[in-house]
Design a protein around this ligand. Structure first.
Ligand code: SAM
Length: 230
């Protein structure tokens, strides 16, 4: 199976050998690729909803990979026993959903040595949670697929040395590593803040003015970080 850019970039962070679990697998493209490429011998593929799991089942059966992809229906890490998977992939869900899934499964997380994540939104909240819960962000990557920028965040047990919330929000390893798409990514963030600010410009009451002030302050800090980075 050939993967689109986003899933291929995720697969590149799954180490060869060991058992990986793809939480929220949907179509099971990633587990199928990991098996067919010889990266994994066995992948646990889970989904909360019967519909996506059914489509995963069809894709797995079509390729006769039933002995290699273990399909499970259920919520987050509740489908796993501690020690069953060393690598977890959580992709295509909101950053806060990923955070909640991780926070709800401390027993399973104890035996996990890598998290490969691709939050669709709220990546900052996820990074802040990771840094505060014994995970070090060891790699980050931006992927442009069909004109949309996706963030990949990879974490391993350890201490994240960056405790600056704004850097964590933006992506410390993206910044340090000067990701090739960093310029476009930071430009988009600044644009979002500017748009939100201009929408608030007409706010006349104190609360609106206060909110606009906070946003303006944050935008200035982002511009400073960006200035330091680029
Ligand atoms: C947009 S799809 C992403 C599929 C695939 N991971 C990818 O990146 O292409 C998100 C999937 O996550 C599943 N999902 C959402 N919350 C979940 C949870 N708490 N536990 C397991 N799966 C979940 C949804 O049912 C859906 O199939």
């Amino acid at each position: 199976m050939e993967l689109a850019k986003r899933l291929a970039a995720l697969a590149a962070y799954v180490p060869a050998g060991g058992i990986a679990a793809d939480i929220g697998t949907d179509h099971a493209y990633l587990p199928i690729f990991l098996i067919e490429a010889g990266i994994s011998e066995k992948v646990i593929a889970t989904d909360l909803n019967p519909g996506p799991l059914e489509s995963a089942k069809r894709a797995v059966e079509k390729r006769h990979l039933e002995d290699h992809v273990d399909l499970r229906l259920g919520d987050g890490l509740k489908t796993l026993l501690p020690g069953e998977a060393e690598v977890l992939v959580l992709a295509g869900m909101g950053g806060n959903t990923i955070k909640e899934i991780l926070a709800a499964g401390p027993g399973v997380l104890k035996s996990v040595n890598r998290l490969v994540m691709q939050p669709m939104a709220d990546a900052g909240d996820l990074r802040i949670w990771l840094a505060g819960n014994g995970w070090k962000i060891i790699g980050e990557k931006l992927v442009d697929e069909d004109g949309r920028l996706y963030q990949i965040v990879v974490a391993e047990p350890g201490r994240e040395l960056f405790d600056d919330k704004l850097c964590l929000e933006l992506g410390p390893r993206l910044i340090e590593g000067r990701d090739p798409l960093l310029n476009a990514y930071l430009g988009k963030i600044i644009e979002q803040y500017e748009r939100a600010l201009s929408g608030m410009a007409s706010g006349k009451n104190n609360a609106a003015r206060e909110k606009a002030g906070l946003l303006k302050n944050k935008l200035e800090r982002i511009r400073k970080v960006v200035g330091r980075c680029l």
